[in-house]
Structures are given as structure tokens and as C-alpha cells.
Design a protein around this ligand. Structure first.
Ligand code: UGA
Length: 491
């Protein structure tokens, strides 16, 4: 298969390592696999040991690569060396411990050490990293231009140290054109810059990394792109090779499509309420259509988190800068903003019997505050946005979330969380105490099996607004509660 056209990589999809000319086999105990002249275990440096970098480092090590992770935060590196992680991510702590003890993963503070040093017991000892992953924060700056200060600082520190032929890989979500800007900053024609976006969901990052739907590698030179693709060969995933700008855009295209799907479902749920249909039945019915699929069809309080809101706005800026009015994307964002107000109106209706009823000094219990279940991440959580609107409306809020620490005496946790305007408690029963309504905001499965009759017994008014359609309406009814979901045909 021809891999390049006039030096430019063409978009191709491969399945597994075989098409890359490398076998999809497990590495030997020594960590290196050689076959047909190909060595596809690499010495890898990962710069930035945050959520993306740490997952990338640990997972690449588990594929047999020699990985050194660098992070500027001395205390974090210390904690990582002791096996303590700052983030709640299933399986990650175990994987880090396993790879550290297998001597395939180590942590350093100085980025220069990561790109020049390999572990002492590496059979090739003393050679430079062949692939350097940049997993750094690249927030959106003014006018949609990436704030590349973190990247610039790392490049400044390492550009003289990189061996000829090194591949620098950008894994963070970055505006289109960042690979080009990184190459300019680097100013090393003998070093390639590749875009290899991550598609990891919080709460299942390790699983997503090791069982990806696809690998995307974007670069303007075929050899570097293939080198990066080969790192993942063992995973046997479809691999899309393309140019850097397309790879960068692909990440936004995916997240914005997901956001659009969710806004569509939330709008459809509202329509269901108006015409007496049931969103659960509607989404089940359309989800069997393979062109639509069952995933990402659950209505909710609006999509949030550290990615979808940021990326939808970023793509709008990309479109604006390209003089393209992306109305569909704007409507996707507006629908999501409106969803929050819609939830507040539902709560008003549930508590007072009127969509415009007053919530002044009404005590409400919030169940779930994180942006989704399985994480302790509160960034851009729709639950917090809704809490702020309820506070503005005068409500008194008490909240419980299984991932948040309310009790300073909790021996298991390092820090106590604080949520503006919400009194956090460590027992869901306390949330129910004296509440005029409970509002389920995060889809924690544990809420399904709460002692609902006891909860109902301590409430001032037995009403539950379930913004995730999580709870079984019959269970609530039996407990003497009125359950109000989204787009549900109330029986
Ligand atoms: C998202 C993407 O799903 C990942 O593919 C991507 O790699 C990641 O962003 C990123 O850019 O790094 P994440 O932010 O972890 O992952 O969260 P999602 O699981 O996508 O959920 C986003 C929001 O949609 C949450 O608020 C969630 O509660 C909501 N949601 C999701 C629904 O309301 N209904 C659904 O059916 C699914």
C-alpha cells in the first residue's frame, strides 16, 4: 500500500498492526519485539502527567513500551512515585503500580530527563526518547488561538535535546493548526510533529485507551505517522492516517457531534412531554437503526464536563475565524443552555404546582453533583449550573454525591469538597430531611437502591425530579413518592 502522495499522508484506515507491517503480538519479557526488521517497542517520553498524560503513559507501558513521564509538579511526581494518584479513574492506579514495578514506567520532574534518560535497567540504556507525547494544557486563548505557553516552555527546554528523527506527538485537544505552530516553534526540520488526539472518556479512560474505536494519527509525513500508529499496533484498532489539521479537526468533530446528539435528545424529550410520547421508547426505537446507534441517547440536565462545553465553543470559534456560520453547532449549545432553565422550571412546577412558582426559602435536596457518574470531576457540571440557578431563585440547597467528601473526619479522603451555595452532606438521608423536593442530577447507580420509603418519610413533600430518568417510577410510587422525569409518559 502506498503510504504517501507527494510526501503527504493520505487518509487511510487500517485494522491492526498487520497492515502496518508489524505483527500484533505481545512484547517479549524483555519488552522489545523485533519482527521483519521492525522494532515497535519504543522509548517514549510523556510530558504532563495529568489525566491524559498519565493514562497514555501507563497504557503505552502496558503495551510494552518504555515510558518516562515528566510533570512540572514536584509533589505530584512524588505522589506518583509512591503510587498515589490525584484522579479517580478506574483501573489506572493498578496499571500505574503494575507498570512501575515492571520497570516500564517511571516519573521525573525535569522534562529534559524524560527525553534523554531511559530507565537504568533498559537493555538499550542511555538512548533518547524516540517519541515524545505532549499531554499539556492548551487552553483556548483570545480569538480561538491556542494558548501554547506550556508547549512553548517544554519546547524551549527540549529542542536542543531531541535526537534527530524524534517524533513529537500532540495528544491534547488543540485548535486546528497547532501541529503546524508546534513545528514552527520547534524549528527542527529533523523532528516531526504529529497530531494523535485522545478519545478517552473520564471514568473509562483506561478501557477506552486499550479498546479504542479508532486511532487517529495526523502528520504531513508518512514515516512519522506510521511510527506513531505502530505504537498502538497491538490494539488491533482501525487506524486513520491523515494530515495534521484533519486529525485536529476530527477530535472537535467527534465531541461536537456527541453534544449535538444529546441536545437533540433533550429537545425530543421536551417534545415527548408536549405530545404525550415517551422518550425512553422513542430512543430505544431509533437506537436500533444502526446509522443512529443506542449510545448517547439518554436525556439529562444538559451535557457538561471539561470537554464537550469547551470543544463546542472552540469549534464555533474555528468556524467564525473561517467565516463559516455553523448554525447547527450554535443551536446545539443554545439548546443545552436552555435545558438548565427547563430543569429549574420543572422543579418550580413540581414544588409549587406552577411553572413560575416561587422557590424562595424552599429546601431542596440535590442527589449528585459531578458532571456524570463514575468521576469526582465537577468542572462544568450541569448540576452546578442548575444549583446556581436554583440558588438565584431563592432555594436552600443540600447536596449529596458519592464521589464528594463532605465530612472532614473522613479518613479515606485527602480533601473536603466545597460547592458554592450547596451544603454538602455525607448521607443521602440528610439530603431528604425536610426537603420539599429531591432533584437527581447525576446518574449514580447507587441512587436506584436508596431506602426510598425512609427517604420519603423524612421529606416535607414527597417529590423527586429525576433529570436523568434514572429511578424506577414504580419503586418511587411504592415508596409514596411522586417521580417526575424528562419526556416520560407518566403512568
Ligand atoms: C468526552 C467524550 O465522550 C470523549 O470521547 C472525549 O475523549 C472526551 O470528552 C475528551 O474530549 O477528552 P467526557 O467529557 O469524559 O468524554 O464525558 P462524556 O461521557 O462524553 O459525557 C459528557 C456529558 O454528556 C456528561 O455531562 C454526561 O452526563 C452527558 N451525557 C452523556 C448525557 O446527558 N446523556 C448520555 O446519554 C451520555
Amino acid at each position: 500500500m502506498k503510504s504517501s502522495v507527494r510526501g503527504r499522508v493520505v487518509c487511510r484506515t487500517w485494522v491492526g498492526g498487520a497492515a502496518l507491517g508489524v505483527p500484533a503480538v505481545a512484547p517479549s519479557a524483555a519488552g522489545a519485539v523485533e519482527s521483519g526488521g521492525h522494532v515497535f517497542v519504543r522509548r517514549v517520553a510523556v510530558v504532563g502527567a495529568g489525566y491524559v498524560g498519565l493514562t497514555t503513559g501507563a497504557c503505552l507501558a502496558s503495551l510494552g513500551h518504555q515510558v518516562v513521564c515528566a510533570d512540572i509538579d514536584v509533589e505530584k511526581v512524588d505522589r506518583l512515585r509512591r503510587g498515589t494518584l490525584d484522579i479517580l479513574e478506574p483501573g489506572l492506579a493498578e496499571l500505574v503500580a503494575e507498570q512501575v514495578s515492571a520497570a516500564r514506567l517511571s516519573f521525573v520532574v525535569d522534562v529534559a530527563d524524560a527525553v534523554t534518560a531511559v530507565p537504568a535497567d533498559d537493555p538499550d540504556g542511555g538512548r533518547h526518547a524516540e517519541v515524545v507525547f505532549l499531554c499539556l494544557p492548551t487552553p483556548m486563548g483570545v480569538g480561538g488561538v491556542a494558548d501554547l505557553r506550556a508547549v512553548e516552555a517544554v519546547i524551549e527546554e527540549t529542542r536542543e535535546l531531541l535526537a534527530p528523527g524524534t517524533v513529537v506527538v500532540n495528544k491534547s485537544t488543540v485548535p486546528v493548526g497547532t501541529a503546524g505552530r508546534t513545528a514552527e516553534l520547534l524549528d527542527r526540520p529533523d523532528v516531526s510533529v504529529v497530531s494523535n488526539p485522545e478519545f478517552l472518556r473520564e471514568g473509562s479512560a483506561v478501557q477506552d485507551f486499550l479498546h479504542p474505536d479508532r486511532i487517529v494519527v495526523g502528520c504531513d509525513t508518512a514515516e512519522a505517522a506510521e511510527r506513531v500508529a505502530a505504537l498502538y499496533a497491538r490494539l488491533g484498532a482501525p487506524t486513520v492516517l491523515t494530515d495534521a489539521a484533519s486529525a485536529e479537526l476530527m477530535k472537535y468533530a467527534a465531541n461536537c457531534f456527541l453534544a449535538m446528539k444529546l441536545s437533540y435528545v433533550n429537545a425530543m424529550a421536551e417534545l415527548c412531554e408536549r405530545v404525550g410520547a415517551d422518550i425512553g421508547d422513542v430512543t430505544e426505537g431509533i437506537g436500533y437503526d444502526r446509522r443512529i446507534g443506542q449510545a448517547f441517547l439518554s436525556p439529562g440536565p444538559g451535557w457538561g464536563g471539561s470537554c464537550l462545553p469547551k470543544d463546542t465553543h472552540a469549534l464555533l470559534q474555528v468556524a467564525d475565524a473561517a467565516d463559516f456560520e455553523f448554525r447547527l453547532l450554535r443551536a446545539t449549545i443554545d439548546t443545552n443552555t436552555r435545558q438548565r432553565q427547563r430543569i429549574v422550571d420543572k422543579v418550580r412546577q413540581a414544588v409549587t404546582g406552577r411553572r413560575t412558582g416561587s422557590l424562595t426559602r424552599v429546601r431542596l435536596g440535590l442527589l449528585g453533583l459531578t458532571f456524570k457518574a463514575g468521576t469526582d470531576d465537577l468542572r462544568d457540571s450541569p448540576a452546578l449550573a442548575i444549583a446556581a440557578l436554583l440558588r438565584q431563585a431563592g432555594a436552600e440547597l443540600v447536596g449529596y454525591d458519592p464521589a464528594l467528601v463532605a465530612d472532614p473526619a473522613d479518613p479515606d479522603r485527602a480533601a473536603v469538597h466545597q460547592v458554592d451555595g450547596v451544603t454538602l452532606v455525607s448521607d443521602p438521608l440528610e439530603v431528604a430531611q425536610g426537603a420539599e423536593a429531591l432533584v437527581v442530577l447525576t446518574e449514580w447507580p447507587v441512587f436506584r437502591t436508596l431506602d426510598w420509603p425512609t427517604m420519603a418519610g423524612v421529606m416535607k413533600q414527597p417529590v423527586v425530579v429525576d433529570t436523568r430518568n434514572l429511578l424506577d417510577p414504580a419503586t418511587l410510587r411504592r415508596a409514596g413518592l411522586t417521580g417526575i422525569g424528562l419526556g416520560r409518559r407518566e403512568a
